[in-house]
Design a protein around this ligand. Structure first.
Ligand code: F6P
Length: 527
């Protein structure tokens, strides 16, 4: 079965969705009717609790959603992914990021273990000070040059696990081609004590490549010696020849394989900045947490399977309620970068309008994903969520244990959590007291709440793998490829053409008047 809209379950869901459009429907009434609604619609896995009771669902709806998953042969698709079958059809590749977190001894991919061992010895050499820069000094600053999946994952995790940092080296992330990004970063660094990681699977991405070339000049200006490149650069890439040509020593190259997608790569050597921050032992904890979610995803019946539940709810709102966006709102300063990280994972994976067979999809695919940290978000866009005209399903994410131990941290943390819980409550219940029409808050807004016991590498591994698999499930139901990104490739190609335009005479060139005049404006004003 390849078209979800042709399934019996789809028809059933379509008629079940109608009852939520009635004016007299109240989400909060469902709690009155079913006292054990939380027990019915919540699920734990290790240190993670998902409360999905504040959704437009009944037992019948959840069963129909599971039927849809079965009709779309979800279990078979899960097995195909874990078995390393070619599931990224447009690129003829497997998607085996789960193999990166298989424990040693159970891992049939010796190259993964070899890479972890190589990372281990590299991290040890940096931490011990055995690795020296060109003037014989220890490395104090690490600059990761990468973009997209070669930046967002490690940067998000380093922030999130700040409290686990060993604080041996300072870690910086430079992604943007805007010169201000690299220039600002280098301003306070010393080339003699700085090491660059060129994180680029292709070693061709414009931003990373240009930044790496500039960094190279910056090192050479200090060392006056080409050999110094070997002491100040490592690379994570599958394009070994380009990295060697750049001057990086073979021993300082870390592999990444075709079967690891950029946005699923933080578990590979792309995670080196994480390992440098928290140490290899904690990096392996991160992998273990993800692996535990892999096992849960592969072996748990759909009605108790966290990624499946979350994915089917997303499909429910996108396809049957036309939710045009959804929000990720972490009530945790440490998880501030989670929404940005998930934006790439979700939208680059599911922003597709063509099925695996190359036909136009018959239903909407991914909605726009956005979000920022709570409670700040309450004082910016929550007004729209409460009284605007958009329907926005939300994932609230919070942590039971405070991340820090400062003055009154426990009490302040309790304020944080009570704000989180009161928002989902207010969104659901609204305020129907008709004092004035302006004070009327309709309520009936849905949300999930994900609670973690504690922010630690293991639990974060668990959480990210949960979202990875949720996305995969959605791709299976929509019959689209979660692992390619042809649209992004088009933008990359055009930017090279226009760069050439900025540097040459474009008069007489066949180019639209809008683009032509933008280029002219920069030529006149941008010197
Ligand atoms: O943004 C497009 C993309 O291809 C992402 O999928 C990828 O994470 C990023 O570019 C970086 O690619 P690379 O690691 O090859 O530099």
């Amino acid at each position: 079965m390849k078209n979800p809209t042709q399934t019996d379950a789809w028809g059933q869901l379509s008629s079940l969705s109608k009852k939520f459009n009635h004016a007299d429907f109240r989400l909060s009434d469902l709690f009155e009717k079913e006292e054990d609604r939380f027990a019915l619609f919540s699920q734990t896995h290790e240190n993670l609790l998902l409360d999905y009771s504040k959704n437009f669902i009944t037992r019948e709806i959840m069963e129909a959603l599971q039927e849809l998953a079965k009709d779309m042969q979800l279990q078979e698709a899960i097995e195909a992914m874990f078995d390393g079958n070619i599931i990224n059809l447009s690129e003829g590749q497997a998607a085996l990021h789960t193999a990166l977190r298989l424990p040693e001894g159970k891992n049939p991919h010796p190259e993964v273990i070899d890479c972890l061992n190589k990372m281990d010895s590299f991290v040890a050499r940096i931490h011990s000070g055995e690795w020296r820069g060109h003037s014989g000094q220890k490395i104090r600053d690490i600059v990761n040059l990468g973009i997209g999946g070669s930046d967002l994952g490690p940067s998000f995790i380093c922030d999130t696990l700040k409290d686990y940092s060993l604080n041996v080296v300072n870690i910086h992330f430079v992604s943007n081609i805007d010169p201000a990004h690299l220039d600002d970063t280098l301003e306070n660094l010393n080339p003699e004590t700085t090491l660059f990681i060129v994180a680029s699977k292709s070693f061709k991405t414009l931003e990373t490549h240009q930044n790496a070339l500039t960094a190279r000049e910056w090192i050479l200006a200090s060392s006056q010696n080409e050999v110094s490149i070997q002491k100040h650069f490592i690379a994570i890439t599958k394009n070994l020849s380009a990295a060697k040509e750049f001057g990086i020593h073979e021993e300082n190259l870390f592999p990444i394989w075709d079967w690891v997608g950029g946005r699923f790569s933080l578990w590979s050597a792309i995670g080196i900045p994480i390992a440098l921050s928290i140490g290899m032992a904690q990096f392996k904890e991160l992998l273990s947490g993800a692996h535990s979610m892999d096992i849960h995803f592969r072996n748990t019946p759909f009605n108790k399977n966290l990624p499946v539940i979350m994915a089917m709810l997303a499909i429910w709102y996108r396809c049957f309620f036309n939710a045009r966006s959804s929000a990720i709102i972490p009530y945790s300063e440490r998880l501030k970068k989670l929404p940005i990280y998930l934006q790439q994972l979700y939208m680059e994976s599911l922003g597709k309008n063509i099925t695996n067979e190359g036909e136009a999809v018959s239903t909407s695919t991914a909605e726009i994903l956005w979000g920022t940290v709570g409670t700040d978000s309450q004082h910016s866009y929550f007004q729209l969520l409460h009284q605007g005209t958009e329907f926005v399903p939300i994932d609230f994410i919070a942590v039971a244990e405070p991340a820090t131990q400062g003055f009154n941290a426990k009490e302040r943390h309790q304020h944080l959590l009570s704000n989180c819980f009161s928002q989902s409550l207010a969104l659901m219940k609204g305020s129907l007291k008709n004092k004035s029409t302006h004070e009327f808050v309709a309520g009936n807004k849905t949300s999930n709440t994900l609670l973690l016991k504690k922010l630690n590498p293991y639990n974060i591994g668990n959480l990210i793998a949960l979202y990875e698999h949720k996305i995969f499930v959605q791709s299976v139901i929509w019959n689209i490829n979660a692992f390619d990104q042809w649209g992004v490739e088009l933008g990359k190609m055009l930017s090279t053409q226009l760069f050439n335009g900025l540097n040459s005479d474009i008069k007489g060139k066949k180019i639209d008047s809008s683009t032509k005049n933008l280029i002219e404006f920069v030529k006149v004003n941008g010197q």
